[in-house]
Design a protein around this ligand. Structure first.
Ligand code: SF4
Length: 198
């Protein structure tokens, strides 16, 4: 059959077809099927935790989202990290390093607990946090007792300890930074720095 379709009729037909498919897409056709395909927001059931990017002295605020119901036999897993829009430092922005924090957290090579390598040994061994802190405290005391300088040869009071230094991380609050500074200076440490410049 030879069917002649004028240009005007063709445009009308095309318009009607487009309108029909658009109506279906808007849910006026097979509505239930389309409604069921809506994806839930992936962070809707996640736990939000505020933290600080550990990489540099800018100390940007981050929001970390984890899943896991916090039951004793469940392990939480961080699934998303983004800049904290309420943080006064970065107002929600992150540089590429901060934006890649999720990979740092899940890296196979990330150090998660203290390790100790004995003198002469070629391997690191896991130790408890209590053992690590006791060892650090013991070594600090031993070195300070041996090297603390109260007065110079000329009799000038200096109260300084130059044979040990301290480097702290940036993931701490103003209050923790203030206390860290007080402890270090009270001990007489001069070689002291922190990624967040306390
Ligand atoms: S997001 Fe970038 S600029 Fe901000 S603290 Fe981390 S490394 Fe520094």
């Amino acid at each position: 059959m030879n069917m002649q379709v004028s240009r005007r009729a063709f445009m009308k037909l095309g318009g009607a077809t487009l309108a029909t498919s658009t109506m279906a897409a808007l849910g006026f056709g097979s509505g239930e099927a389309l409604a069921a395909s809506v994806r839930p927001y992936k962070l809707a059931s996640a736990t939000e935790t505020r933290n600080t990017c550990p990489y540099c002295s800018v100390s940007c605020g981050v929001l970390m989202y984890s899943i896991g119901d916090k039951a004793k036999n469940a392990r939480a897993k961080i699934i998303h990290i983004e800049g904290d829009p309420d943080h006064p430092v970065n107002r929600g922005t992150l540089c590429p390093k901060g934006a890649g924090l999720i990979d740092f957290i899940h890296s196979d090579t990330r150090l998660k607990y203290p390790e100790y390598r004995a003198p002469g040994s070629n391997k690191w061994e896991r130790i408890t946090w209590d053992d690590a802190l006791d060892r650090i405290a013991g070594l600090l005391k031993k070195d300070r007792d041996a090297n603390f300088v109260a007065k110079t040869d000329a009799g000038l009071t200096v109260n300084r300890w130059l044979t040990t230094g301290m480097l702290a991380a940036s993931a701490s609050s103003n209050e923790v930074g203030y206390l860290t500074h007080k402890v270090a200076r009270t001990l007489g440490l001069l070689a002291f720095d922190n990624q967040a410049r306390v």
